[in-house]
Write a protein that binds this ligand. Structure first.
Ligand code: RB5
Length: 149
């Protein structure tokens, strides 16, 4: 499994914790920045990760900003991306099982490190259930196509 990670300055410390956690589990990662707590703009890092996940260079992406809101909104502008902002483990596994989410977004100012790492583990271990959920994903793809001509 290959994971692309990105954050802005407000998500940088939690992103580091997530990277350490994944590396201990021998999961292959690439960090697309930012690389410090100097102020920066979350759409820049959302775009790098979202493009790479949409192009299937990575299995999943993980994005962190202060709330997780801005970075998930930005990532969801890239066709093929389904970024899910999760602050609990139920949403984390449901976002994979029902929505086939390919990017997990987390807010560093919202959840503690322990919960964030549980959310990451839950997201990465859950599987898309297909069936009726695929029909709904296909409708989301239809909306993307309608507005990306
Ligand atoms: C940065 O201050 C903050 O606005 C950003 O990390 C994020 O929370 C935006 O949605």
């Amino acid at each position: 499994m290959k994971i692309a990670l990105g954050s802005d300055h407000a998500g940088f410390p939690l992103k580091k914790e997530i990277i350490d956690h994944l590396q201990v589990k021998n999961i292959e990662i690439e960090d697309f920045g930012t690389f410090s707590e100097d102020s920066c703009d979350y759409p820049d890092y959302a775009l790098k990760v979202a493009q790479n996940v949409a192009n299937k260079n990575y299995d999943f992406g993980i994005l962190v900003c202060g709330t997780g809101i801005g970075i998930s909104i930005a990532a969801n502008k890239v066709p093929g991306v389904r970024a899910a902002l999760c602050g609990d483990t139920f949403s984390a596994h449901a976002s994979r099982e029902h929505n086939n989410a390919n990017i997990l977004a987390i807010g560093q100012r919202v959840v503690g490190v322990g919960l964030a790492l549980d959310i990451v583990d839950t997201f990465l271990s859950a599987e898309f259930q297909g069936g009726r959920h695929q029909r709904r994903i296909d409708k989301i793809t239809g909306i993307e196509r309608k507005y990306n001509k």
